[in-house]
Design a protein around this ligand. Structure first.
Ligand code: NAP
Length: 440
């Protein structure tokens, strides 16, 4: 039985898609794999999500680059499913279709004032500073003295840390030029990092928390009263380890006191749930309600207070965005699936399968598991091929859709690296500039 005539389509060239392609390509040499992305650039969150000052995390892109460059693998960037090609057409073209579209949409706070000017979702804000074309023109208002960041995950910490860093501290990053200019002209004095539960329940990780201790100009402030004296019973061994380490770092910040010589303060505030955002036309204040944690949930204590916030950024997680026809679990904001199976011949992996949780290695494990599932399902398949590229290329050509191929991405990459001048790269953040660079 030969399966070398099989055509595999993958929608989304982020870590999950690249890992699936790599795993299937290794196990089934000779299969043809097409990886689509709505952007002209591959690597998903490695390029567009990972913080620009965490260059080490981005090294994994080299491995993905090798995957995309392999014989039998094609990258089709700048192709949007639902615009250039439909889900039904993909199913007609590929023996196996894998959906790895990530989670791009900001979850909503669902509180009054959320639609005021100067209120942003972290997805929008990160897309802006990381040079994703949809976010390029956000031009967020950073014209006040105070910023409130809602959420206690690593994305909230990324945003606070980047806003807290000096130009020198960002010199080795690939933060986009337009964001560097905006950060440099901002005159922020206070950044609030707001968790609706306590320090033990925060989802940020210790290494990311510890980075605040090294900031050059920003003081990190923690009210010792907000830190528990002891760990509660009932935590798993792993939870206990993480909570104890986070608590140690927070205690060290609390012990530093006010640090009045610093021009910028980053305040960790726990047990405060957002109730409303106030302001005439634009955000000026956030109303918060004090909470206590009961059975793992934030329970309001019936006491509210207000902080000044000229900019509000909610970093409370994401939802996937389905294209027409894709089975979707709207309540959870993920692709409807059972352990990665969507419908016959269609699979999913990564954040759009599980929800927006876990770093790149977690998605690797997920993608390897889905690849195994696909291989098991293919065991009875005798290699009758669907048309793959032949159908897709004819449809795209008929619609005048211009895919950016791997060589096109390499030209974008070379142009960005050359423009870096001492930085890792200067990203092209506008679609037309990316397409021009891809064309060479
Ligand atoms: P996250 O870790 O799920 O954090 C979301 C935060 O938002 C939680 O603190 C959550 O509080 C809070 N939240 C949710 N709904 C809320 C509401 N209505 N009001 C107030 N707070 C609310 O998500 P994330 O920060 O977006 O990160 C996504 C994933 O990417 C995570 O796995 C993260 O570790 C990973 N990541 C890693 C790095 C890194 O390794 N450096 C960097 C960025 C992201 P509750 O816990 O109370 O729900």
């Amino acid at each position: 039985m030969s399966r070398s005539g099989l055509h595999i389509g993958i929608v989304g060239a982020g870590p999950s898609g690249c890992y699936v392609a790599d795993a299937i390509g290794r196990k089934l040499p000779g299969v043809r794999i097409d990886i689509f992305d709505r952007l002209p650039t591959p690597f998903g969150l490695v390029r567009g999500g990972v913080a620009p000052d965490h260059q080490g995390t981005k090294n994994i892109a080299r491995q993905f680059e090798r995957t995309l460059g392999k014989d039998g693998v094609r990258f089709l960037g700048n192709i949007s499913i639902g615009r250039d090609i439909s889900y039904e057409e993909l199913k007609a073209a590929y023996d196996v279709l894998v959906i790895t579209i990530g989670a791009l949409e900001d979850r909503r706070l669902g509180i009054p004032g959320e639609n005021l000017d100067a209120v942003y979702g972290s997805g929008q804000f990160v897309a802006w500073y990381n040079g994703i074309p949809d976010g390029r023109d956000l031009d967020p208002r950073l014209d006040g003295k105070t910023v409130a960041i809602i959420g206690n995950g690593n994305v909230a910490l990324d945003i606070a840390r980047l806003l807290g860093k000096t130009p020198d501290e960002l010199a080795a990053s690939d933060l986009c030029a337009h964001a560097r200019a905006a950060f440099e002209s901002a005159r922020i004095e206070d950044i609030w990092l707001i968790g609706r539960r306590g320090p033990l329940e925060a989802s940020f990780t210790t290494a990311e928390l510890a980075e605040f201790g090294d900031l050059a100009r920003a003081a990190t402030l923690v009210d010792p009263v907000q830190l528990p004296q002891t760990l509660p019973d009932g935590l798993s061994e792993e939870q206990e380890k993480v909570a104890a380490k986070n608590l140690d770092v927070l205690r060290a910040y609390a012990a530093r006191g006010e640090q009045n010589d610093r021009p910028l303060r980053i305040h960790f505030m726990f047990h405060a749930a957002p109730v409303a955002i106030l302001g005439a036309g634009r955000a000026r204040e956030v109303v918060l309600e004090r909470t206590r944690v009961e059975n793992g949930r934030a329970v309001p204590r019936g006491e509210t207070f207000t902080i000044q916030a000229d900019t509000v950024i909610s970093a409370i997680g994401y939802r996937s965005t389905p294209f027409p026809g894709l089975p979707f679990d709207a309540a959870r904001g993920i692709v409807a699936n059972a352990q990665g199976r969507v419908e016959p011949g269609v699979y999913t992996s990564g954040w759009c399968k599980r929800g927006p949780q876990g770093v790149v290695p977690a998605n690797r494990a997920d993608s390897l598991a889905v690849a195994e599932l696909i291989l098991a399902d293919l065991a009875g398949h005798d290699g009758v091929g669907k048309p793959g590229a032949a159908l897709i290329d004819a449809l795209l050509a008929g619609r005048g859709a211009r895919a950016v191929d791997f060589a096109g991405w390499q030209r974008i990459n070379a142009a960005e690296v050359a423009a870096g001048q001492g930085r890792p790269r200067e990203k092209l953040a506008r679609l037309e500039d990316l397409l021009a660079a891809a064309a060479g």
